[in-house]
Design a protein around this ligand. Structure first.
Ligand code: ACO
Length: 333
């Protein structure tokens, strides 16, 4: 049987920084409020001619180079995004494949908001374990600034742009295998986080009036409470089902939505500070890109070593949630 190994990571962030002070000049807020309630100090913003696919392709290029495989061996590309280049078609994954010089790989997007990267990880694992694919490029890429309402202080302080990517490859070595991935969803809470305009659910007159307005709307406080509960239950369940203790986790990589949410989950699991990966301060919430960007952060700073166990944990619009137990398994050359 083939197992799925997490071979490499890459990320890209745009150079433009949007600080809390910048936002305080745009809406009624302060650096102090944002820092205290979210832990965010700044986020990156893509330029007007820089698309989600551009960021995704740059992150992917780095992940491919670090994987040790030739790009021609990639047989599937899956991109998690809620801010695709185009809302209906073509998929951002298909555009990325062309930007990478690939023309023969299966390519599609998935929409699971901030849980997107855990979802694409589960897809890659399933395709590889079934024997259908051998090298899957998974990407989380977001230009959230394109769907953020910069008049709404409840949301615009949270979101940023960026991309992360990973190569997941078939292996016969069970010690390298992704141990488990959990994913779930409950549409009952759909109205907590929505981009209500622009889809077939919009009334036609609304669609005409607000064409192009796909801004995110969020009931932040209610979302916060569900997030803490769901994220905690999710990691407790996946650890228990796999007979793994929280102390065996080298890197807890949660979705970077809010420092208070991350701390609450870390405390519930009794994790030490050095186990918890944090990038929320410098990148804010980049939805589907946040987990691979955080993994890239510990990789580039030399903290992530071969064989170390990561616990991924995410929560987002849908509602969706997911967690994964992933050993870092770069190819031995
Ligand atoms: N600056 C100053 N005051 C503000 C701001 C702001 N930017 N935003 C809201 N306030 C005010 C509110 O108006 C309210 O004022 P009031 O008491 O006079 O009515 C007060 O601050 C408290 O508002 P809350 O919404 O209760 O603030 P809260 O502590 O919940 O923090 C936040 C808001 C940061 C949005 C938080 O609720 C949160 O992080 N929620 C979870 C977000 C999340 O995890 N989303 C899921 C992933 S995103 C995705 O899937 C795309």
């Amino acid at each position: 049987m083939a197992y799925a190994a997490f071979r490499s990571i890459g990320a890209y962030v745009p150079s433009k920084i949007l600080s809390n002070e910048d936002l305080a000049r745009m809406v009624d807020t302060t650096d102090e409020w944002i820092t205290k309630r979210t832990g965010i100090k700044e986020r990156r913003i893509a330029s007007s001619d820089e698309f989600t696919s551009d960021m995704g392709a740059k992150a992917a290029q780095i992940a491919i180079e670090r994987s040790g495989i030739d790009k021609s061996q990639i047989d599937m590309i899956v991109c998690a995004t809620i801010s695709p280049d185009y809302f209906c078609m073509p998929s951002t994954a298909a555009i990325i494949s062309t930007k990478l010089g690939l023309s023969n790989a299966t390519a599609f997007d998935i929409s699971a908001a901030c849980t997107g990267f855990v979802y694409v990880l589960s897809i890659a694992k399933a395709f590889i374990e079934s024997g259908m694919k051998k090298n899957v490029l998974i990407i989380g890429a977001e230009k959230l600034s394109a769907i953020t309402d910069y008049n709404d202080r409840g949301t615009c302080i949270l979101f940023g742009d960026g991309a992360g990517a990973a190569i997941i490859s078939a292996t016969q070595d069970k010690s390298e295998a992704i141990i488990d991935v959990h994913t779930g969803a409950d549409g009952e809470f759909a109205d907590l986080l929505m981009s209500p305009n622009g889809g077939s659910g919009s009334a036609h007159d609304t669609l005409d009036q607000e064409a192009g307005n796909c801004f995110m709307q969020m009931k932040g406080n209610e979302t916060f409470k569900v997030a803490v509960k769901t994220l905690t239950k999710d990691v407790v369940d996946i650890l228990k089902e796999n007979s793994i203790e929280a102390s065996q986790i080298k890197h807890f990589v949660p979705h970077q939505a809010n420092l208070r949410i991350i701390k609450a989950v870390g405390d519930a699991l009794k994790l030490e500070d050095e186990q918890v990966v944090l990038t929320v301060e410098k990148y804010g919430n980049t939805s589907g890109a946040s987990i691979p960007m955080a993994i890239n952060d510990i990789y580039e700073s030399g903290r992530l070593k071969s064989g170390e166990l990561m616990l991924l944990d995410a929560f987002g619009g849908g509602l969706t949630w997911g967690s994964a137990l992933v050993p870092f398994a770069p190819k031995v050359v």
